[in-house]
Design a protein around this ligand. Structure first.
Ligand code: SAM
Length: 211
């Protein structure tokens, strides 16, 4: 069944009579499938959790996307299923190898073995994008988002997952999230933020627009 709050190409689909978020594409991580549809597991994907929790991501489907922290492709595969050209940055060689097989049947998914802290190293490959999705889970998450704002036009979206413990294991997550929001303000206006704890402990989902 199509849901107007979800991007085109993302639906709530019944798998064994249980409705779950789903996209159409080849399976990647052992998720349930039904014909062309495959479940998008919010407990394996922060962007999936943001959609499941009803955050207004602004994603319509078909956008050009820069995805930072692609790992072995769990979430970025769903993004590529519903979006246009999808550039997937990952700096660790092992997951990047798995990402290559995920990209193989997806002609719009372009893996880049690059460090997201150094956008100048992929600026010659990545065209301006409509949306940056980020899930790097390392120290300096907000700074990475600010550095990559260069790829977005004014008003372009940032969909960010922040892991509090990656910034400071001892700090109160709410203090970490306040600091992250403050750092983001150098390049973005935060439109919505929500704790993702139902699916991911001590994570914040952020929807922001490029100033
Ligand atoms: N987004 C993935 C998903 O949902 O399928 C999971 C990402 S995992 C939490 C974080 C990933 O970000 C790791 O694979 C890590 O190697 C990568 N990463 C961390 N810092 C990075 C950086 N500076 N540049 C590129 N990748 C980075």
């Amino acid at each position: 069944m199509s849901d107007p709050a979800l991007p085109e190409g993302v639906e709530r689909h019944a798998f064994d009579s249980r409705e779950r978020l789903a996209t159409r594409g080849p399976p990647v991580y052992g998720e349930p499938t039904d014909g062309e549809w495959r479940a998008w597991d919010p407990s394996r994907s922060k962007l999936g959790a943001m959609l499941e929790l009803g955050m207004d991501t602004g994603l319509a489907g078909g956008e050009t996307v820069l995805y930072l922290g692609a790992a072995s492709g769990t979430t970025v595969s769903h993004v590529a299923d519903c979006c246009g050209p999808t550039y997937a940055v990952e700096f660790a060689a092992r997951p990047a190898r798995d990402l290559l097989s995920v990209a193989e049947p997806r002609g719009n998914l372009f893996p880049l073995l690059k460090d997201a802290r150094r956008p100048a190293t992929y600026a010659h490959v990545v065209e301006p994008v409509d949306v940056v999705v980020q899930d790097v889970a390392t120290r300096g998450q907000a700074d990475v988002a600010v550095r990559n704002a260069r790829f977005l036009p004014e008003g372009g979206r940032l969909l960010l997952a922040v892991k509090a413990r990656s910034e400071d294991v001892t700090a109160d997550p709410d203090d970490v999230f306040d600091e992250v929001t403050e750092t983001l303000s150098a390049a973005y206006e935060v439109l919505e933020s929500r704790r993702l704890d139902r699916f991911h402990d001590d994570h914040l989902g952020v929807v922001a627009r490029r100033r």
